[in-house]
Ligand binder design. Structure first.
Ligand code: MOS
Length: 739
């Protein structure tokens, strides 16, 4: 069955069906769960970047009111590490268990955990735990890591090479060679990381702020040596994650172990400051771009060699060349990645991992190359367009990048751009116009789902994926509606529980493409079950053949147009539901390369008199296949544009080189764009060309692509306004002031 689905409900823009729950505060987030007899845990976090714990003095903390127990490396149960494997669905980025030994590998590492009757008591006592360290020399940023360990470790298997890029570069008619850097960034979801652990008769129930309850269940089962059936992880509502909540971090293990030790439920919330150190980061990168062209502006060589820092306990590779290898036609090309160990927490995926910093470098370099060639930056990109993925030697399943360029340019007014630096003015302000391509892989995992048509006239759908704030509840309901014809307000959706039919991690922009085909298949199976009941003895169509029946708008029809509501079919057989289940496979990638495309056009306004820079206008044209929900899809791009402005102008997680401690691990000093930084006008054009080679909905996913290319588009606009080419993010005002 692979009916192509495009009807009045798919592509419409209904509001989130869980909106009222969120607006009224009734939606339970992890830390809203306060179980009977629950205790509260608060961490003690390392104040050195590297070293060893010499002594922990607990006397003062133990005397504090309400303290139940204090865990640390000499007082913690023996647990097991999990193998970390995406394929085995037990991925972690930090394999080291909390309190495993007395070593400190990064500042902000858990060194103790106080459990008390209340949150306030646990926190107050945690402040009284005194830890003596012997500190070693540390390297907390790129420069220190390079000084200590000058040889980056190549990340085997993450790169790509074709032709002879070095030889082609040396022979190129025109060439550039520049290095771009991006800083560490922190995800900063609004909702705190939190765990609520409850053991019952040897089984663990864990409420966890998680983008992946199935993976979380599997990891916790490995860590506690249990069969997965004895662990249940719930994450019904998430205040975003941006990748920081993809995998289990040490705090969840610590909370579950503490709960088992004291034989009471335990809630642990990770304070904001520790969310800068112990729940992942986007690592800093150094990216060298070498581009060569012929006299006509055709790429002849492209090399993208990148290094990122990782932690001292695990290797995380920021795959900045993931788009470079296939975005443009180029016969001789290399992308390579390498890592350097540093004393910061283990990095992890952050929205469009690899692509976001990678396209800052590539799309800045493309702008520089266009200028070298005296070509319009958009024309230069169009001249190097390809509809084949040359890294896989496969055609793209569906590509409308040229249309994205043209429609974005037209809406923006690109043809009115005067290429002369600083030439476009409006009063005291200089306008800068820049653009960049955006790009992201489309992925589809395996997925199970259940749909029931119920005797009360409603439908029910469940899947162990999550709604991380993006609208998954709503689009699942739309998928059920598209098959059954039921209105959205008669469709109940349950997500975010590992006991539901297995569903995907909410990451990689694959949740929509993965979940919806399974939901549709389960809905069709429920209808098939219903038809079986209709033709059985005592049914409205007893004796007929099920194949002759059709289902639409909640009714079963035969070819003589006799119609019976499905509720009546169930009533006749005294049945509660007609149930359907689905098990759908991952997408196979041997015929096509599945990727999404787009382009950002950005206007900045630079007032040199008062050194004021603003992004004033953005047009983003996005080609992600069929749009399922116009409202939530636009929301994703608008949010990603804001996050891209943050990446371009504000965000950087800084460490003090001397103390090795984070400097701006709070919302006051880690700058993110606020409303005043948001352009007056963010115009999102959704191209909406279904990609049926990918799945029956034709949808590729939209969560991440909007941030890719955005920082480069801003940097290119800043260059056009000021003549200052900023290759090191974030762009700071002091870099733009004249000497
Ligand atoms: Mo996304 S970085 O895969 O949550």
């Amino acid at each position: 069955m692979s009916d192509k689905i495009k009807d009045r409900i798919i592509g419409a823009g209904p509001a989130r069906i869980d909106g009222p729950l969120k607006l009224t505060g009734a939606a339970p987030y992890t830390a809203d769960h306060h179980l009977p007899n629950m205790a509260y845990a608060y961490g003690v976090f390392s104040t050195v970047a590297s070293g060893r714990i010499e002594h922990i003095d607990l006397d003062a903390a133990r005397r504090m009111p309400g303290v139940i127990d204090i865990f640390h490396h000499d007082h913690f149960p023996d647990l097991y590490r999990t193998p970390s494997s995406f394929a085995e669905e037990n991925m972690v980025d930090e394999t080291r268990l909390p309190f495993e030994d007395d070593q400190v590998y990064y500042p902000g590492q858990f060194v103790a955990l106080v459990v008390a009757e209340t949150f306030a008591q646990a926190r107050a006592a945690a402040y009284r735990v005194h830890v003596d360290y012997s500190a070693d020399a540390h390297a907390v940023n790129f420069e220190q890591a390079q000084a200590r360990d000058a040889k980056p470790q190549p990340a085997a298997g993450s790169g790509h090479s074709r032709g002879e890029p070095d030889r082609a570069f040396a022979a190129a008619a025109h060439a550039i060679d520049f290095t771009y850097t991006t800083p560490m960034e922190t995800h900063n979801p609004m909702e705190m990381h939190a765990s609520v652990a409850h053991w019952d008769n040897g089984s663990l129930l864990l409420y966890e702020a998680s983008q992946g309850v199935v993976f979380a269940r599997n990891v916790m089962a490995k860590v506690f040596g249990l069969p997965p059936e004895r662990v249940e992880v719930r994450s019904a509502f998430i205040g975003s994650g941006f990748g920081s909540k993809l995998w289990i971090w040490p705090h969840a293990v610590a909370a579950a172990a503490a709960a088992r030790e004291i034989a009471r439920p335990v809630q642990l919330m990770v304070p904001r400051s520790a969310m800068f150190t112990t729940t992942g980061n986007r690592p800093p990168t150094r990216q060298r771009l070498r581009i060569g062209t012929d006299d006509n502006g055709k790429l002849v060589s492209l090399s993208h060699d990148s290094v990122n820092t990782t932690s001292m306990v695990d290797t995380y590779v920021e795959t900045t060349g993931s788009c470079t290898k296939s975005l443009y036609a180029c016969p001789d090309l290399r992308v390579s990645h390498a890592t350097l160990g540093a004393n910061h927490g283990t990095p992890t995926s952050m929205r469009a991992p690899g692509a976001a910093p990678g396209l800052f470098a590539l799309e800045s370099a493309m702008d520089e190359m266009a200028e070298t060639l005296d070509m319009d930056p958009l024309a230069f990109r169009k001249a190097n367009y390809t509809d084949r993925d040359e890294s896989k030697d496969l055609p793209f399943s569906s590509i409308h990048l040229l249309e994205a360029y043209d429609r974005g340019a037209e809406r923006f007014g690109w043809e009115k751009r005067d290429p002369k630096i600083g030439s476009m003015r409006d009063g005291d302000e200089t306008l800068g116009w820049g653009m960049a391509a955006c790009n992201w892989e489309a992925m589809k995992m395996h997925c199970d789902a259940r749909v029931s048509l119920r005797a009360d006239g409603t439908a029910y759908a469940s899947c162990a994926t999550q709604d991380i704030g993006t609208g998954t509840y709503t689009i699942v309901a739309q998928a059920v509606a598209s098959i059954t014809g039921l209105p959205l307000d008669r469709i109940e959706v349950e997500l975010g529980d590992s006991s539901y039919p297995s569903g995907p991690v909410s990451g990689g922009s694959w949740a929509t493409a993965t979940t919806l085909p399974a939901i549709a298949q389960a809905a069709r199976a429920a209808i098939d079950a219903l038809k079986g009941y209709a033709v059985a003895d005592g049914g409205a169509f007893a004796g007929a053949s099920a194949e002759e029946l059709t289902f639409s708008n909640g009714e079963i029809h035969d070819d003589s147009d006799h119609a019976v509501p499905y509720v009546e079919v169930l009533r006749q057989q005294k049945l509660a539901n007609a149930d359907g289940e689905a098990h759908t496979p991952a997408a196979s990638d041997d015929e096509y390369s599945f990727r999404s495309f787009g382009a950002h056009f950005v206007e900045v306004r630079w007032d040199p008199g008062i050194s004021r820079l603003r992004v004033s206008r953005v047009v983003s044209a996005i080609d992600v296949g069929q749009i399922i929900n116009e409202k939530t899809a636009k929301n994703q791009v608008e949010g990603a544009v804001a996050m891209g402005i943050g990446m371009a102008l504000f965000e950087a997680t800084e460490y003090d080189e001397r103390s090795g401690l984070p400097v701006n691990n709070n919302y006051a000093e880690y700058l993110v764009p606020v409303h005043a930084d948001q352009p007056d006008d963010v115009d999102v054009i959704l191209l909406d060309h279904p990609d049926y080679a990918f799945n029956e909905f034709g949808a590729r996913g939209i969560g991440e692509i909007g941030i890719t290319g955005m920082a480069a588009a801003v940097a290119n606009a800043v260059y056009h306004a000021t003549g200052k080419r900023i290759r090191d993010l974030p762009i700071r005002l002091e870099q733009l002031m004249s000497a």
